[in-house]
Design a protein around this ligand. Structure first.
Ligand code: ARG
Length: 588
């Protein structure tokens, strides 16, 4: 619920037009209005496209009125708004909306003074469940996607002032720990006193799985180990901790490299809540017995397995307990699960069960899966190493770093930077590229992982954006304009209006002002590629501006010499802007 749109245009226009529509036609107040950005300047900046559908609905209700008439009435009833210069009803009933140049100029001046105003949104407590790899298994590219998207969601929600709890629901519980512990006891009998040197946990997992599948006595012992662990027998808990710590160290290295903040609260955390939950469900009499399992079934739906025939709990049980805990103890208003689309059914069933058990209602709380597609190799098949194994994320990041270093050497950056700077630049490029390559793809679709593409310095890539950013920073440095100079300049402007004379300067101003709408839109759909597209358009618009308008004195002096012009008096603002226009368009 947006309380103040800040410097939004699109969302604010939508709200304004909705207001006008519901005032005129109360029966249509819940129909969303369609406003889009126009492609051609002659149609204004935005276009309202709903007059036709409104006229049609009114006709169905027995009220005959032309779409053009609807458009005229909407315009007449629109609340006053300083952001709009004028409106024109066109064609079959479109409303072309032209933004106020003065408002744009004043808003930009205001941003120069105070920074961008963040829209004010009703605060929510949000749990974001992301990353969530499994102990003793490799963290794979799917977990990497979840990590990058989940981190971005958390950052965005924090940015708009929400209270965000970032949770790592790691797979650290379940029957596989029985065989791991039994194998640990055999390989390192003295593990209680001396930490065993298990470094390759994946190989260790494979060995124990082999024994589990082939050796009945080992299998029976593995089951006993699970029971001991689940009743928190100290020796077994110790063994479990040793195993978890090995994986944890690997995971944390990756989080450190990618600058990810996350709180570990794995499946094991919910053990006692799972016990309570099963008891509660028994008392409610909602559990059904099915071939020794206890299942939870509502109507025709696929059932959830709450207790296995051996008495153990499942992925379903831990997710049910976790949902309840997040709602009741964490008091979350909104829970977001960032998990691959392959698990959609599991989450649909969990959410449906939560609602049927009366834990929450979707009108009060939002519980949702933000899913994503697969990461594919360049052969369009699931991303794997040549030998068919899961790609280790550490190897993948190392490779990115290596390639980023080569890229910087190609650009001869190593000649102008000291080694510490070079290392920082290399890491910024490598990790920035890995993240951006993911975020700039449509989240819901599969995408092809390509180092070459992600490290390209042309097109919509992190390198291009880093380049734009570095260039802006360098202009700021070279111009030697202080915060105070900016404040003084803006405060001296008549009516606080920044002169935006050149067309590429004006275009840049409009692009900057789309930021707020971009934030609101990303909050709506978590489609970060749209945010990436926005940032990319900001960078290209900036580059156009930079190429066409000279923004620092040094450049201006230089160009004056080139054109054989007299030195300008740079303290004269008029002369300066005339020169800018001249230089941008020498024909004038
Ligand atoms: N550990 C799971 C996996 O690797 C993901 C867990 C996602 N979160 C959850 N609450 N189930 O597939």
């Amino acid at each position: 619920i947006v309380k103040d749109f800040g410097s939004s245009l699109l969302y604010m226009l939508r709200a304004l037009f909705s207001e006008s529509v519901s005032k005129l036609y109360p029966e249509l107040s819940s129909t969303p209005v369609l406003i889009t950005e126009t492609q051609q300047i002659k149609f204004g900046d935005y276009q309202f496209n709903s007059s036709m559908s409104i006229a049609k609905k009114l006709e169905q209700n027995g009220q005959k009125i032309s779409p053009q008439e609807v458009a005229r009435e909407i315009v007449e009833n629109l609340p006053k708004c300083d952001r709009i210069e004028k409106m024109e009803v066109a064609g079959p009933g479109f409303i072309n909306i032209f933004l106020s140049k003065n408002w744009i100029a004043a808003s930009i001046a205001n941003i120069a003074l105070k920074g961008i105003e963040i829209p004010v949104i009703e605060k929510r407590r949000v749990v974001v469940d992301f990353s969530s790899p499994n102990i003793a298994k490799q963290m794979h590219v799917g977990h990497l996607r979840s990590t990058i998207i989940g981190d971005s969601i958390s950052r965005l929600l924090t940015y708009v002032g929400f209270d965000v709890l970032r949770l790592n629901h790691i797979g650290d519980w379940g029957t596989q720990f029985g065989m791991l512990i039994a194998h640990l006891q055999d390989c390192f009998p003295n593990f209680i006193n001396e930490v065993p040197p298990v470094s390759d946990l994946q190989a260790f997992y494979k060995e124990s799985k082999k024994r589990f599948d082939e050796d009945e006595a080992f299998k029976a012992r593995a089951y006993q180990c699970v029971t001991k662990l689940q009743s928190f027998d100290p020796d077994f808990v110790k063994a479990w901790q040793i195993i978890c710590d090995v994986s944890r160290k690997d995971f944390n290295q990756i989080y450190d490299r990618l600058d990810i903040n996350i709180v570990e609260r794995g499946e094991s955390f919910y053990q006692k809540y799972m016990i309570d939950l099963v008891e509660e469900l028994e008392q409610l009499g909602v559990l059904e017995l099915d071939e020794g399992r206890k299942i939870l079934r509502f109507g025709e739906e696929v059932p959830l397995t709450v207790v296995k025939s051996d008495g153990g709990f499942t992925y379903d049980t831990s997710d049910l307990a976790a949902l309840k805990y997040r709602l009741y103890v964490d008091k979350a208003d909104w829970i977001i699960y960032v998990v691959d689309a392959g698990q959609s059914l599991h989450f649909e069933l969990i959410y449906a069960a939560g609602q049927k058990l009366g834990w929450y209602s979707p009108t009060e709380k939002r519980v949702e899966l933000v899913s994503f597609g697969l990461v594919l190799g360049e052969d369009k098949k699931k991303f794997k190493t040549r030998s068919g194994d899961t790609v280790r994320l550490t190897d993948l990041l190392d490779e990115g770093v290596k390639r980023a270093e080569i890229k910087l050497q190609e650009k001869e950056r190593d000649k102008v930077m000291i080694s510490e700077e070079l290392a920082l630049a290399r890491d910024a490029v490598a990790y920035g590229c890995v993240k951006y390559a993911d975020l700039s793809q449509t989240r819901t679709q599969d995408y092809v992982f390509s180092f070459d593409r992600m490290l390209d310095d042309r097109g919509n890539t992190a390198v291009y954006l880093l380049y734009a950013f570095a260039r802006i920073k360098s202009i700021c440095r070279n111009s030697e304009v202080s915060e105070e100079d900016i404040q003084n300049y803006v405060n001296s402007l008549p009516d606080g209006i920044l002169p935006l004379e050149h067309k590429s300067e004006f275009r840049l101003a409009k692009t900057i002002l789309k930021f707020t709408d971009c934030i609101l839109n990303t909050l709506d759909n978590f489609l970060f590629h749209q945010l990436c597209d926005y940032v990319y358009s900001l960078a290209t618009t900036f580059h156009d501006f930079y190429n066409e308008c000279y923004v620092i004195h040094k450049d201006l002096d230089e160009i004056c010499r080139q054109f054989g012009m007299l030195q300008l008096d740079l303290s004269d603002a008029d002369a300066l802007s005339t020169a800018c226009i001249y230089l941008a368009d020498p024909h004038k």
